[in-house]
Design a binder for this molecule. Structure first.
Ligand SMILES: Cc1cn([C@H]2C[C@H](O)[C@@H](COP(=O)(O)OP(=O)(O)O[C@H]3O[C@H](C)C(=O)[C@H](O)[C@H]3O)O2)c(=O)[nH]c1=O
Length: 187
């Protein structure tokens, strides 16, 4: 069985759904297969795996980026629960600069989203005790960590009231005051 590949509204951001093999015990799925994912257009190598757990629904993490030359591409999946995952194009001179795309990722739908460097990333949990696993193409560099206010990009978050956010995310700069470091020659 092949990977299901789906484009999004933003060039370069794609969804990948690997097959799941069920039996009486439960299921098995290859969540990363270098040969098949590279054939789908993803990079060959990732340098860091992340795992975040959010206790409550309506937790919002983002909108984050890591500035060049430490920019991160991310392959994101939700291994438990459900999230509304968002990418915002911040590649200067992109015809979709400032545009966003959202995809529901969940344990049930097995969907993964590939977000190349040059995009903001964030997600809203839709269930309690949600776990997100994602691969990054560059290690974490705290000094290059950037954050944009989650409510400043015109995103229609399916909120259940004021979201749970970190202090960092709750005091971030607005997109209108942001100057993207993702220069055209990088893409
Ligand atoms: C991202 C990261 C964080 N940390 C440490 C730094 C803090 O002490 C703690 C929590 O970090 P932060 O509040 O930035 O975690 P999130 O709010 O989940 O941020 C992530 O969420 C959005 C959705 C993303 O796409 C990024 O991967 C990342 O920014 O983990 C590390 O040690 N390594 C890391 O790679």
């Amino acid at each position: 069985m092949d990977l299901l590949i789906e484009k999004t509204e933003l060039d370069g951001v794609i969804c990948i759904t690997p097959p799941r093999f069920g039996d009486d015990r439960g299921y098995f799925s290859e969540t990363w297969n270098q040969e098949r994912f590279v054939q789908a257009g993803l990079p060959r190598d990732f340098s860091q795996d992340n795992h975040s757990f959010s206790s409550h629904l309506n937790t919002l993490r983002g909108l984050h980026y890591q500035a060049p030359p430490y920019a991160q591409g991310k392959l994101v999946r939700c291994g438990r629960g459900r999230i509304w995952d968002v990418a915002v194009d911040i590649r200067k001179n992109s015809k979709t600069y400032g545009a966003w795309t959202a995809t529901e990722l969940s344990f049930e739908n097995r969907k993964q989203i590939w977000i190349p460097a040059g995009f903001l990333h964030g997600f809203l949990t839709l269930e309690d005790e949600t776990e997100v696993f994602y691969k990054c193409t560059h290690p974490y560099v705290p000094a290059a960590d950037g954050v944009i206010a989650w409510d400043s990009c015109g995103i229609d978050w399916p909120l259940a009231g004021a979201p749970i956010v970190s202090e960092k995310d709750g005091s971030a700069v607005a997109f209108s005051d942001f100057s993207s470091p993702f220069e055209p020659e990088l893409f």
